[in-house]
Design a binder for this molecule. Structure first.
Ligand code: C5P
Length: 311
């Protein structure tokens, strides 16, 4: 039960992510694929404000949010997070979750996962349930493969389904320009398309799952903080499948290179494009040039902390 000292509401901010490296292995019986990935949390955030309520309700707003694309029932990952926490701790009440979105919906940047991570942290504080970090991580992993990383933030290697995290050293700042799309992509569909593409092209035949690993060069580039070194090794196995659905994104990648980005890749399952830039000044120039070409572009940096309470 909530004590007399419990807050009336709790505000938590959680970041979106890009996968600077994403290798996809075999598909398993549960439909999930083995991954070897490196996440970086970027300075584009979801804000979740949790207010005590007898029921579980949610509202969603944001500069680019089409209300039709975000479910307000139990399919909403933040609502599921609150309910799973109530169930795990025996909390008898509910919560109203106000979600203010900045991470693109279905953009391949883990916006829904950030909502879920933020809801877990917010409800834990609001309800005084005092979950350990390990238990919080377990609940997060049940909600989705990217949810533990949204809790964790920073830079991390993800293995298994992407939910087994090992922190990685990346003390420097990296500047990115994100090019947003009006239409989202379905993550399960992009993974399925990758499987089909590999069946057709006989890929992976010489690449057993044991070889699924993050190359040392990726970790070295992150450790050194050298954007040029990172640009040489950014990689996304899902890119080929996302480009099948959205061949127009090839032009965006080319535009990014022409504008002076060091490298470009699709973020996660797409369609957001992440352009790596040499400096904050370069990123501003790349952003301006993308906008002059009629693209919607945002300048962000990595890496930033995971879900945390805002005073
Ligand atoms: O865990 P999450 O709900 O974010 O995953 C969405 C979908 O992405 C899964 O249902 C699955 O189809 C695909 N996926 C996958 N392998 C992973 C992570 C996600 O196939 N490791």
């Amino acid at each position: 039960m909530r004590s007399a000292a419990a807050p009336a509401s709790v505000h938590v901010r959680a970041p979106g992510k890009i996968n600077v490296f994403l290798a996809v292995g075999d598909v398993h019986d549960d439909g999930y694929h083995s991954l070897a990935t490196v996440f970086q949390a970027v300075s584009l955030y979801e804000d979740v404000i949790a207010t005590a309520s007898p029921d579980f309700t949610v509202s969603v707003s944001g500069p680019d949010v089409d209300p039709a694309t975000v479910p307000l029932d139990d399919r909403n990952l933040a609502v599921r997070a609150a309910k799973i926490l109530a169930m795990a701790t025996g909390y008898p009440g509910g919560v109203h979750l106000e979600i203010r979105k900045s991470v693109p919906v279905a953009g391949g940047m883990g916006g829904g996962s950030a909502d879920a991570a933020a809801a877990l942290v917010a409800c834990d504080a609001l309800w005084g349930t005092g979950l350990s970090s390990q238990r919080m991580h377990e609940l997060a992993a049940r909600l989705g493969a990217d949810v533990p990383f949204a809790l964790h933030g920073g830079t991390a290697v993800g293995t298994g389904r992407g939910d087994h995290l090992t922190p990685a050293l990346a003390p420097g700042r990296f500047d990115w320009v994100l090019v947003l799309s009006d239409q989202g992509l379905s993550t399960p569909q992009i993974y399925r398309q990758l499987d089909e593409y590999r069946l057709e092209h006989g890929a992976l035949a010489d690449d057993p799952p044991e070889s699924l690993d993050v190359p040392p060069a990726v970790l070295q580039a992150l450790r050194s903080g050298d954007a040029r070194a990172l640009a040489e090794v950014v990689f996304n196995d899902l890119q080929v499948a996302a480009l099948q659905d959205r061949p127009d994104l090839e032009r965006v990648l080319a535009a990014g290179a022409e504008a002076g980005a060091l490298a470009g890749l699709i973020s996660g399952s797409g369609p957001t494009i992440a352009l790596l830039c040499a400096s904050a000044d370069d990123a501003r120039r790349v952003q301006d040039e993308c906008e002059e070409r009629g693209l919607r572009a945002l300048h962000v940096h990595s890496a930033v902390p995971g879900a945390r309470i805002i005073a």
